[in-house]
Design a protein around this ligand. Structure first.
Ligand code: THU
Length: 131
């Protein structure tokens, strides 16, 4: 499973997005350390604050199947030409289950892709000692 394949899984996942309010669809794919890929999409709600991002949907799908570590993540936002990175809440949640060096790729409908790591997206992470 390489990043291209993971990104294609995120692209497919965006097709299930429930985004009637923002009309902004997002798909995510996480590679579990077991080798299983977990995908997710954003799921909005008429009570706007209850919206769940694609990244957290994918993470919770994996975690609830017993996966505890993810080695890579891909995010696809078809309604943006430019790449869209995960929101702050998702960076925090992903950082709980990914090593700082774990790869993250995100992109939109245009050709641009950002290849980075969760440690770059969420530096100076703290509170791991609480676990
Ligand atoms: N969204 C995601 O699912 N992931 C991101 O990384 C950015 C934002 C969703 C939340 C909301 O449904 C819509 O995109 C607009 O913010």
């Amino acid at each position: 499973m390489d990043m291209d394949e993971l990104f294609r899984a995120a692209r497919r996942a965006a097709g299930a997005a429930y985004a009637p309010y923002s009309r902004f669809r997002v798909g995510a794919a996480l590679l579990g350390e077991s080798g299983t890929v977990y995908t997710g999409c954003n799921v909005e709600n008429r009570s706007y604050g209850l919206t769940i991002c694609a990244e957290r949907t994918a993470a919770v799908k994996g975690l609830s199947e017993g996966e505890r570590r993810f080695s890579a993540a891909a995010i696809f936002a078809p309604d943006s030409v430019e790449p869209v990175g995960p929101c702050g809440a998702c960076r925090q949640v992903l950082s709980e289950f990914m090593a700082p060096g774990a790869r993250v790729r995100f992109g939109g409908s245009g050709p641009g892709r950002i290849d980075t790591t969760i440690g770059e997206l969420y530096p100076f992470d703290s509170l791991h000692d609480l676990a």
